[in-house]
Structure formats: C-alpha cells, structure tokens
Write a protein that binds this ligand. Structure first.
Ligand SMILES: CC(C)(COP(=O)(O)OP(=O)(O)OC[C@H]1O[C@@H](n2cnc3c(N)ncnc32)[C@H](O)[C@@H]1OP(=O)(O)O)[C@@H](O)C(=O)NCCC(=O)NCCS
Length: 266
C-alpha cells in the first residue's frame, strides 16, 4: 500500500534511497548515476535532513523522494525523483507538499532548489508548488587554462574565503556555500592583485578577483588536474562569464535557481 513518510520515519536506509535515486534518474536530462559512497557523501556534505525529507513507499521499496537539507532557517531540495513506472500520478506533488509543510512547521523561512533548463516536468512541478525563478546559473568546463600562475600563492581557507567575500558580487549556491565545502580537501589560491579561488580536484567552488587577468591566473593555478568544472556561476556575473567565454570554456548546462518564501506561502 502506498504511503508518504518522512525518510527518518520510513524504516528505509540510505542504500534503499540510493537505489530509488538511480532508478528515478536513469532517464535524466544529463547522466547522473553516482555510486553509493558518492551519493552518501553528497547528501552529508549538503546537510541532508532525514526528518525534513520525504519518501513515497509502495510495498517494499521507495518509489519517490524529496531529499531535503536544512541549514539554520533555510531548506534546500538536494534532489527529487519518481521511479519511471510511477510518474504522472501526483507522487512528486504529494512529496513536495509534505516537505514544504514540514519546513513551515519547523519555522523555516525559505526553500530553494536548482533545476536544469529543459527539464520541463520538474520546472512545472516546482512552479505548481509555488517556487519562482530567482536567477540563472551557468555550468562551464574549461580545458587547460594557461595564463601566468606565478602571481598566485596557495593559502589557507580563511584568508581565501575573506578575499572572495571582498570581491564577489553574488552568493554561491547551496552546493558551493562555505558551510557545504568547508570539510572537503580544498585547494585555495590567493592572487597578488586581490582575489582568490577555492576548488577540489578540478571543481571550482568559489572564485572572485579584482580584475579579469587575476581571474585568468587563478583559474590556471587551480587547474591541478588539467581541466576545470565550474558549477552554478551566477549568469549576472558578466566579468567572470566574459573571462570564461574568452578562454573558450564550454557552457554545458544552464540552470534556474528557484525559491519559495515560506513566510508568504499559504
Ligand atoms: C520531475 C518528476 C520528479 C515528477 O514526478 P511525478 O511524480 O511524475 O510528478 P507528479 O505526478 O506529481 O506531477 C507534478 C507536476 O509536474 C509536472 N509534470 C510531471 N510530469 C510532466 C511531464 N512529463 N511534462 C510536463 N509536466 C510534467 C506537472 O506540472 C505535474 O502537475 P499536473 O499534472 O498537475 O500538471 C519526475 O518526472 C522525475 O523523477 N524525473 C527525473 C528526475 C528529475 O528530473 N528530478 C528533478 C531534478 S530537479
């Protein structure tokens, strides 16, 4: 029999949630099939909240889920999905309503998420739940940037975070936020003209600098594995976008950040 339950009260473990995630994302707009360890590590680093997350259960398996993170008064949708054979029956809507209602009851002020441009089913679902687009986000791949990296020096996370705070004009999304990344094995560089970059193994989490040439140098310094991936660059950051496009970066995904203000939600 079908039931909707918080993940914490569902009686299922992360292994079952992982199997449901792989099935629901098997026809996703981009390939996304993490192994069990990567799936769990991602949930943990983003602040997965079992009480705030909801699953649809049929007989002995999870057939739909809203995986939610909580941080202070904010909630974030890490991922939602419904197994292919169970779609179009209102499961995601019921899970979303349960997650939003739990967030309101828990005193949260806002709920945010990202959706890939072109995922019409998901965007319609979120609009139906009351979410509105707050900004556009670009994801880039950049091969072998090679400007002058001698003006950069490796530094500690605190100094680099301060430099980024000084020069950045926008807040990173949840997955690149300081609270999410602070426990990762980060590589951090400062630029002598002002600015910094924070990355892990070819993934850039945060970057900001005083001038375009410093952005180029920082990208080159951080390209420890040859290529770089930048997920969720605010598309309104014209300076960073111009540098990336000038270096020939491939913009492989555009996303919409969506937000629901819970104080105004009915
Ligand atoms: C998006 C997804 C979770 C929807 O799950 P679902 O259980 O089928 O959703 P529901 O039946 O509750 O439908 C909810 C709303 O989504 C929209 N929707 C669902 N399927 C749709 C489709 N094929 N085309 C257009 N809109 C669709 C509709 O607005 C629908 O409401 P309506 O029927 O009242 O118009 C599911 O398609 C899925 O798992 N997709 C792959 C993984 C994914 O993209 N996850 C989201 C990542 S951000």
């Amino acid at each position: 029999m079908l039931r909707i339950a918080s993940f914490a009260g569902s009686g299922f473990d992360l292994g079952a949630l992982h199997r449901a995630m792989l099935a629901a994302f098997s026809d996703y707009i981009v390939p996304l099939q993490p192994d069990a360890d990567t799936f769990k590590a991602t949930l943990i680093s983003r602040g997965f909240d079992p009480e705030a997350s909801f699953v649809a259960v049929d007989d002995d398996e999870i057939i739909g889920f809203w995986n939610v993170a909580t941080r202070n008064t904010k909630r974030y949708l890490i991922g939602s999905g419904t197994r292919i054979g169970h779609r179009g029956r209102g499961l995601a809507s019921r899970l979303g309503m349960a997650a939003i209602s739990a967030a309101q009851n828990g005193g949260s002020e806002s709920f945010s998420l990202e959706v890939i441009e072109g995922n019409a089913a998901a965007e319609r679902l979120y609009r139906k739940m009351g979410f509105d687009v707050t900004r556009k986000l670009d994801c880039y791949r950049l091969d072998h940037p090679s400007p002058d990296r001698s003006s950069c020096k490796q530094s500690d996370f605190g100094s680099v975070a301060n430099a980024i705070h000084r020069y950045s004009t926008w807040e990173p999304t949840w997955q690149n936020a300081t609270e999410t990344i602070s426990r990762l094995p980060l590589t951090c560089f400062l630029h002598e003209k002002g600015g910094a970059i924070i990355g892990t193994g070819g993934l850039v989490h945060q970057i900001a600098a005083s001038e375009p040439s410093a952005i180029e140098d920082l990208l080159a310094a951080a390209a420890t594995v040859g290529s770089l991936t930048l997920v969720n660059v605010d598309s309104a950051d014209s300076a960073l976008s111009a540098v990336l496009q000038g270096l020939g970066a491939d913009r492989f995904i555009v996303q919409s950040e969506m937000r629901l203000s819970l104080s105004n939600a009915s």
